[in-house]
Design a protein around this ligand. Structure first.
Ligand SMILES: *Cc1c(COP(=O)(O)O)cnc(C)c1O
Length: 370
């Protein structure tokens, strides 16, 4: 059977369509013109941070955030074992060494209790990843990082509007990266943003994003820059959605509540956990297939697929990636990330999903787990 309900279908607001149209007619199609700056200042205001710099992707945003911090060869950067490969790649692009740490079994983010043991004299920074819309436990992480003199980068690609102890993800560390890929809450199709309160870091990112032109003399280059700019058309798309971000976040809450109401009775599924200090924005409704289901995650997802329901498996643990073979300490184990990677998936969660479609997904889950 073909897919009836996709795992993600974006919802492009009318405001966004209108802004893109106007921008096209304005003649400013590259990164030049007012639209990019407007998207940046509106995003900074939304987060309550001083500086926001648009980038061509979330991965490039992470890369430039690390470069701005001065991360380079010989440095170690702590990253969670359970994340999208972009987090690790950004460290590798800088010529630095990723040091993997296992994650929390309930919220899948960096386990604060395991970080200390992995800090060495070469550790310079750590990247926390707020996964599936739930913030990492920032309080102990920031306390430790401050004590040990480590920079904290937030990978907030999946956490637009999520909060930790009342504060928005992306405003909690030293610098943060967002993605606006097609499946993220706010999307520009492809795109990203670096945010920070630090003017010097923001200036470094702005320069590196656009070929590092000498401020004194355009087309003179002292250091190696990148062509990581976002276009005005993309910025218009992002700004048009950002103007309705509260509505988009409210829609995500309603979707998650609907799933929770319908699926709470299934002992075979563990629904997303929200810590009492967090506001989960439920980017994707992620579930773990429990032993009580009497089937594997793969069997569960295949059975849903045969009913026309698309799902997405969790990431593979970074420690199992062939890319990193030979680059990791041999004696490390990552029991939590291996367990959740084998049992986790997310259900259709795009902003275009209707209540009727959520009911259809839940009907299919009822059948599969019956
Ligand atoms: C989407 C995502 C990224 C990368 O974003 P791109 O815009 O696709 O480069 C990085 N980290 C996480 C956790 C993501 O989900």
């Amino acid at each position: 059977m073909s897919v009836r309900i996709a795992v993600n279908e974006p919802h492009i607001t009318e405001t966004a369509k209108r802004l893109v149209q106007q921008t096209m007619e304005s003649g400013f199609v590259s990164s030049a013109g007012p639209m990019v700056r407007q998207f940046e200042s509106t995003f900074a205001a939304f987060l309550g941070v001083e500086h926001a710099v648009t980038i061509n992707s979330g991965t490039s945003a992470l890369h430039l955030a690390l470069l701005a911090l001065g991360i380079g060869p010989g440095d170690e950067v702590i990253v969670p074992d359970f994340t999208m490969i972009a987090t690790v790649n950004a460290v590798l692009y800088c010529g630095a060494t990723p040091v993997l740490v296992d994650v929390d079994p309930e919220i899948f983010t960096l386990d604060p209790g395991l970080i200390e043991a992995r800090i060495t004299p070469r550790t310079r920074a750590l990247i926390v990843v707020h996964l599936y819309g739930h913030s990492a436990d920032m309080q102990p992480i920031m306390a430790m990082a401050r004590m040990r003199g480590l920079a904290v980068v937030e990978d907030a690609a999946e956490a637009h509007g999520a909060r930790c102890r009342g504060r928005l993800c992306g405003s909690l560390g030293d610098i943060a990266a967002f993605s606006f890929y097609g499946n993220k809450l706010i999307t520009t199709g492809e795109g990203g943003m670096v945010v920070t309160d630090d003017a010097a870091l923001a200036a470094r990112v702005r320069s590196l994003r656009d070929m590092a032109h000498d401020p004194e003399k355009r087309f003179r280059h002292v250091e190696l820059g990148f062509s990581f700019r976002m276009s005005s058309l993309q910025a218009a798309l992002g700004l048009g959605q950002l103007q309705h971000v509260d509505e988009l976040l409210a829609r995500k809450q309603r979707m998650a509540e609907h799933y929770r109401r319908r699926l709470a009775e299934h002992a075979g599924l563990r629904l997303p956990v929200t810590k009492d200090w967090a506001e989960n924005m439920h980017w994707m409704f992620s579930v773990l297939v429990e032993p009580q289901a009497g089937m594997t995650r793969d069997a569960f997802c295949a059975a849903l697929r045969s009913r026309g329901i698309d799902t997405r498996d969790f990431f593979l643990p970074c420690s199992t990636q062939p890319l990193l073979r030979g680059r990791l300490p041999a004696n490390d184990t990552f029991p939590v990330s291996n367990d959740i990677a084998a049992r986790g998936c997310y259900l259709p969660s795009g902003l275009a999903l209707t209540e009727m479609q959520i009911d259809a997904v839940c009907d299919a889950v009822d059948e599969v787990l019956a």
